[in-house]
Design a protein around this ligand. Structure first.
Ligand SMILES: CNC(=O)Nc1cc(-c2cccc(-n3cnc4cc(C(C)(C)C)ccc4c3=O)c2C)cn(C)c1=O
Length: 285
């Protein structure tokens, strides 16, 4: 039979394993810090592309499940998401290779530039809108972050802000992080349905986004100050929410408050949030 009427094998195109990166094409440079999975270093890929390389510490991640998911994650591409370029999974430790962001975490950036940023409400709102665009893209793809916070966003040149490590929480093996009673569980970014039933959704990401907005407009303060996790859980379940930051217009605070509706269905989607924030931004500036 002629090739045109022979069906294309379903594996066509996958044979290149394009999410698999050849470690020989990576040149590792300085250490950037360490996260949930161990050390992260800056690197060069194919001689010229700036990358960040997470070197998976043994026992920190359910690796096979992650490698399967990496194929999906490499397809999530948006200007406000830190791009996953691929993985080196032929040897251990596994490497996770992503786009490099030169100014590091949004949380540290806010704290380091408090004096200049504190008075620039337009820039603070723009940062929030960029995160919202990245999250609206994930929402459209039914992808839940599970640990959205300023510490998990990164800053690049010209105040570009991108959401990082989306979905990775599912592969953490440390139950101090994964169980809501654990010391590392992000209680202060969690809505009632996550605190009570660990029921994650794009609407629980919206709650966390409201807390991220509060972090941005306070230039990186710790939500609920030094309150213990148990005290925060008690307040959140009683419907007590974070106060309006000084630097924050009441129109912006109104948007934050909607993210903290007790009932997930009442919270706006990221698609709606994006429209509302853009309207506020055009109205205020
Ligand atoms: C100066 N520039 C830079 O430092 N740039 C960069 C720093 C990091 C970096 C460095 C050290 C640790 C971490 N880190 C932090 N928190 C994490 C949290 C998780 C979850 C699962 C708990 C959400 C997973 C991985 C990490 C993680 O790798 C990151 C993102 C990553 N990227 C892409 C950069 O461009």
């Amino acid at each position: 039979a002629s090739p045109c009427d022979r069906p294309v094998p379903p594996t066509a195109g996958l044979s290149h394993d394009k999410w698999e990166i050849d470690p020989a094409e990576l040149h590792l440079l300085e250490e950037l810090g360490s996260g949930q999975f161990g050390v992260v270093r800056r690197g060069k890929w194919r001689g010229s592309i700036d990358v960040a390389v997470k070197m998976m510490k043994e026992g920190t991640m359910s690796e096979d499940d992650f490698i399967e998911e990496a194929k999906v994650m490499t397809k999530l591409q948006h200007q406000n998401l830190v791009q996953l370029y691929g993985v080196c999974s032929k040897d251990r430790p596994i490497y996770i290779v992503t786009e490099y962001m030169r100014h590091g975490s949004l949380l540290n950036y806010l704290r380091r530039h408090e004096t200049t940023l504190g008075s620039n409400v337009g820039l603070l709102l723009d940062m929030c809108i960029q995160v919202c665009k990245g999250m609206a893209y994930l929402e459209r793809h039914n992808y839940i972050h599970r640990d959205l916070a300023a510490r998990n966003c990164l800053v690049g040149s010209e105040n570009v802000v991108k959401v990082a490590d989306f979905g990775l929480a599912r592969y953490v093996l440390d139950d101090q992080y994964t169980s809501s009673g654990g010391t590392k569980f992000p209680i202060k970014w969690a809505p009632p349905e996550v605190l009570n039933y660990t029921r994650f959704s794009s609407k629980s990401d919206v709650w966390a986004y409201g807390v991220l907005m509060w972090e941005v407009f306070t230039c990186g303060k710790m939500p609920y100050g030094r309150l213990k996790n148990t005290e925060v859980v008690e307040r959140v379940q009683r419907g007590i929410i974070l106060e309006k930051p000084k630097a924050c217009f009441k129109e912006v605070y109104e948007v934050m408050r909607k993210c903290w509706a007790h009932c997930p269905e009442v919270r706006p989607s990221f698609r709606v949030l994006k429209e509302q924030l853009i309207n506020v931004s055009q109205g205020l500036l």
